[in-house]
Design a protein around this ligand. Structure first.
Ligand SMILES: Nc1ncnc2c1ncn2[C@@H]1O[C@H](COP(=O)(O)OP(=O)(O)O)[C@@H](O)[C@H]1O
Ligand SMILES: [Mg+2]
Length: 256
């Protein structure tokens, strides 16, 4: 049954609770399970932090979670997790939180060229979905999809990669966040424009200058399979995790 039909009949899709309370409220319970979401924003807006928190909460609730790091070595990411009160390094020992470096995966598959062929794209999709199936991964983050797209180059190849991977992940009931990097002045939600058209959902993180302060903001622009608020929220990175406050409340964040 399509999402629209299911919703009309009042059938709720099972939710993947992000564990970020404000975000779960915005989404009326969480991300519809199996969705592939684009988490987009410029540098320093909190994309990696939000993605890691999504995985840690999943792992804490017993779900197997995978972080595929494309640009940064995963050892560096782990260091970012240590200060969080909710992080428990036993999650890694227990295999609930798994980190893989994409360059190592490319190497294993013999992918060395600057532009992948369609055959190589299929190899990559099969490799990632194979890991997800074998390890029974329920939450996946690819940070960033923009760096993968750089190796794909054409819209056709990017479309092929994201659609094929998204379909495989959804079939396994795996909920995925694809991190998208854009420049601060970018009018689109993704570098190539294709990623945003295909994704089931888009969460945009941004910066907002207010009374001499640079605030971080978050907005859910699109989310298939659920109704949601499209309001902009102020995003606070704290040792207990991400806190979200509506931008219109409390005066400080109110838009002109
Ligand atoms: N718990 C925290 N408290 C305050 N600042 C944090 C915390 N965690 C991360 N940061 C800061 O937030 C910024 C954004 O981090 P990051 O998630 O890496 O952004 P992005 O992936 O969008 O580039 C970084 O500059 C980092 O130092
Ligand atoms: Mg990042």
């Amino acid at each position: 049954m399509t999402d629209v039909l299911a919703e009309k009949r009042g059938i709720q899709r099972e939710r993947c609770k992000t564990g970020i309370e404000g975000l779960d409220n915005i989404l009326n319970g969480g991300i519809p399970r199996g969705n592939t979401i684009l988490v987009t924003g410029s540098c320093g807006t909190g994309k990696t932090t939000l993605s890691l928190e999504f995985l840690v909460h999943g792992a804490l609730s017993g779900e197997k979670c995978l972080f595929i790091s494309v640009t940064e070595p995963s050892s560096k990411l782990l260091a970012n997790l240590i200060p969080y009160e909710f992080f428990d390094d036993r999650l890694i020992e227990q295999g609930l939180l798994v980190f893989i470096d994409m360059p190592a995966l490319y190497e294993r598959l013999g992918l060395r060229k600057t532009e992948f062929t369609f055959e190589e794209i299929h190899m990559l999709v099969n490799a990632i979905s194979g890991i997800v199936r074998e390890l029974q991964i329920k939450r996946l983050v690819i940070d960033s999809i923009t760096s993968v797209c750089f190796q794909l180059k054409t819209e056709e190849k990017i479309r092929e990669f994201i659609l094929k991977l998204g379909k495989a992940l959804s079939d396994f009931g795996c909920t995925s966040l694809l991190v998208s990097e854009i420049s601060p002045a970018e009018q689109r939600y993704s570098m190539y424009g294709v990623e945003e058209a295909i994704a089931d959902g888009i969460i945009i993180l941004g910066n907002l200058e207010r009374k001499g302060d640079l605030l971080r903001t978050m907005q859910v622009v699109k989310m298939r399979g659920t109704s949601h608020s499209r309001a902009k929220y102020v995003l606070d990175l704290t040792p207990i995790g991400i806190l979200l406050v509506p931008l219109l409340k409390g005066g400080m964040g109110a838009e002109k």
